[in-house]
Design a protein around this ligand. Structure first.
Ligand code: F6R
Length: 366
């Protein structure tokens, strides 16, 4: 069942080109961001949406945080993202013209389900779920559904579910933008083309595994790690930190790089590895100046970037590059190296990668 892989997690990481390709298959066939991808009456539901409110837990929540950057910049709609267990217990403001989006791999997470029920009790009728398990509870309770086609995810740490959620959310973003007249045909064609090329770009990132594994050996003895990103890559830093703590039990925290000097910089010394997600986007120069602050304090840096960004490598600054910058879908590609880093760090520490202590695959209790 595992084929050439040692764990389900490693197998599932490597399945991502296929999982992403399957998840966008219907879109590629349609050749356009058509509302029907989300259900029969989706056009009617989505056309007059005034904002998007995303509810989820864990890794699915981080997919939502990533999507927020897309929804506001491409669809030009206000977007909030909230942890389901927080939303369900507060007196939330409800605008019934907002779209409630729940994201759940299992479709059975109790807090996400209860958050959806609560949203409905507040008068929300426009509900959409992004889910990996057909006919599970959350999609059944939602008006619209987009199924990710990652296939069964067995490793407790979510990997292929995350990247397929991201492409589903990007598809939703472009569909909303198109329906609301904010995406012209040229832009639409460019986004579809970018999605079409994504499985290949993910494969290129997977090919970096041997390099990442070398880094992991330096990580394994550490007690703590800091992850930094900015903009749309900040949620990837959060996801990287979650993966690392979950399966290797190394304490990890993620910060938007601009926040360093507001506190976490105090933690940085020679014993604190700092992982930086720094693709060649508009924020690269900002990230570079942030990491100077780390360098000056003796911190060891592990930088994930793409081919054409210039980083001075040294004893203290290690760099791994994906072959090229893929534009707006870059966070999907950069999810891969942080998954691989966590996996190999856990391997080096000898933990139970597929079944980390204290965790369950599907959290159906509060
Ligand atoms: C992390 C992880 C969890 C889940 C969370 C939500 O690797 O797997 O954080 O993402 O429990 O689960 P779903 O997506 O099934 O609602």
């Amino acid at each position: 069942e595992l084929g050439p892989y040692r764990h389900f997690m490693q197998k599932e990481i490597h399945e991502q080109p296929r999982a992403v390709a399957d998840t966008i298959e219907a879109l590629i066939d349609a050749g356009a961001f058509v509302a029907e991808l989300f259900g029969d009456d989706a056009a009617e539901v989505l056309r007059d949406v005034e904002g998007v409110q995303i509810l989820a837990c864990g890794t699915s929540y981080y997919a939502g945080l990533t999507a927020r950057y897309w929804i506001e910049s491409i669809a030009k709609l206000p977007c909030t993202v909230e942890i389901a267990s927080e939303y369900r217990y507060r007196e939330a403001f409800a605008n019934p013209k907002n779209l409630i989006v729940t994201i759940s791999q299992s479709g059975e997470t109790l807090d996400t389900m209860e958050a959806l029920k609560y949203a409905k009790s507040l008068g929300h009728t426009k509900t959409l779920s992004i889910c990996n398990v057909p006919e599970s509870a959350i999609p059944r309770a939602s008006r619209l559904v987009y199924y990710t086609r990652a296939g069964a995810e067995i490793g407790v740490a979510s990997t292929k579910a995350f990247t397929t959620q991201l492409v589903a959310l990007f598809t939703l973003t472009c569909t909303l933008a198109r329906l609301q007249g904010r995406l012209d045909e040229t832009q639409e064609a460019a986004h579809i083309d970018a999605l079409r090329q994504l499985p290949g770009s993910i494969q290129h990132a997977l090919n970096l595994e041997p390099q990442v594994a070398v880094w992991s050996d330096r990580f394994a003895p550490k007690q703590h790690a800091l992850f930094l990103g900015r903009g749309v890559h900040y949620p990837i830093a959060l996801e990287g930190a979650l993966k690392l703590k979950e399966i290797s039990y190394i304490h990890a925290e993620a910060y938007p790089a601009g926040e360093l000097k507001h506190g976490p910089l105090a933690l940085v010394d020679e014993s604190m590895p700092v992982v930086v997600i720094a693709p060649n986007d508009a924020l690269l120069e900002k990230v570079k100046s942030n990491i100077q602050e780390v360098r000056a304090r003796g911190g060891e840096m592990f930088v994930f970037t793409d081919a054409d960004s210039h980083f001075g490598e040294s004893e203290q600054v290690h760099v791994i590059r994906t072959p090229r910058h893929v534009g707006v879908l870059s966070p999907v590609v950069h999810a891969i190296p942080v998954q691989l880093l966590a996996y190999h760090a856990a391997l080096a520490r000898g933990t139970d990668v597929d079944k980390p202590r204290n965790l369950a695959k599907s959290v159906t209790v509060e």
